[in-house]
Design a protein around this ligand. Structure first.
Ligand code: 16G
Length: 240
């Protein structure tokens, strides 16, 4: 199984072997894999090498560790297309998952200069600042920090925003959502966010900033969404 004379490093061979066992469902999603000790005996390699392979698979999101309980096979990451202007609610429902949110902040504020500029606001123009934790099947997936110009939706209410913002805009306010500009960055999770997302404080996250416009060109939201990197994969189709 492990070829010590190969030029392929042993830890890489172990990773490949574990991956194969996962793909063949020898190790099933949500189940324990054997302990480091068992694997090192089974494969005739040191425990340290096994640990390195497992850590690498944890870092790419294939496995996860639980304190005192061992190492488990993770759910495959959600594949999120990057080419449609869809909402979190629509995305989760399309996958047969149940979306929900917790509003942890809702307030009227004067935004920082860069946010005001992105939203084409003049000096002193207010926004609703909303922070929501977004869940799929009750598991935290993302945190969204949304800035909505008060002059665009003056009647926005904290109770309504617990559901879908896009549905509210289209169905209650009868406005048409047009296009958006997005950028994505990687980061290590902020301490506050690690609690909301229930991940440890050195985990990787993906941050998407989206500025969205109504069909008449008026910017109606600036959103910073922080996604768990172990739960998300972003996909885009490109053409030559
Ligand atoms: C998505 C959008 C976010 C939008 C939200 C509305 C990204 C990167 N962000 O999460 O900009 O505000 O959906 O979702 O996709 P809702 O209609 O369920 O409230």
């Amino acid at each position: 199984m492990i070829d010590k004379s190969s030029h392929v490093p042993i830890y890489v061979q172990i990773e490949e072997l574990l991956k194969q066992r996962i793909y063949e469902e020898h190790y099933k999603i949500g189940e324990n894999i054997p302990s480091e000790r068992e694997l090192s005996e089974q494969l005739g390699v040191s425990r340290m090498t096994v640990r390195q392979s497992i850590t690498n698979l944890v870092n790419v999101g294939l496995l996860y560790r639980e304190k005192g309980r061992g190492t488990f096979v993770a759910n495959p990451k959600l594949e999120q297309p990057l080419n449609g202007l869809t909402s979190f609610t629509e995305d989760m429902k399309a996958r047969g998952m149940e979306p929900s949110s917790k509003v942890v902040r809702f307030e009227k504020v004067i935004p920082a200069t860069d946010i005001a500029r992105d939203l084409q606001l003049g000096q002193g123009e207010a926004v609703f600042y909303v922070v929501r934790i977004r869940y799929a099947d009750r598991k935290p997936m993302a945190i969204e920090r949304t800035y909505i110009p008060v002059k665009v939706f003056p009647d926005l209410d904290e109770k309504e925003i617990i559901g879908s913002l896009y549905a509210l805009i289209e169905e209650k306010y009868h406005q048409k959502i047009g296009n958006a500009i997005q950028q994505m960055e990687a980061a290590i999770v902020a301490k506050e966010d690690s609690k909301y997302l229930q991940i440890n404080n050195v985990s990787a996250v993906l941050i998407i900033k989206r500025i969205s416009f109504l069909t008449d060109g008026v910017p109606f939201e600036l959103v910073r969404s922080t996604y768990r990197a172990d739960r998300y994969k972003f996909i885009s189709e490109i053409q030559r």
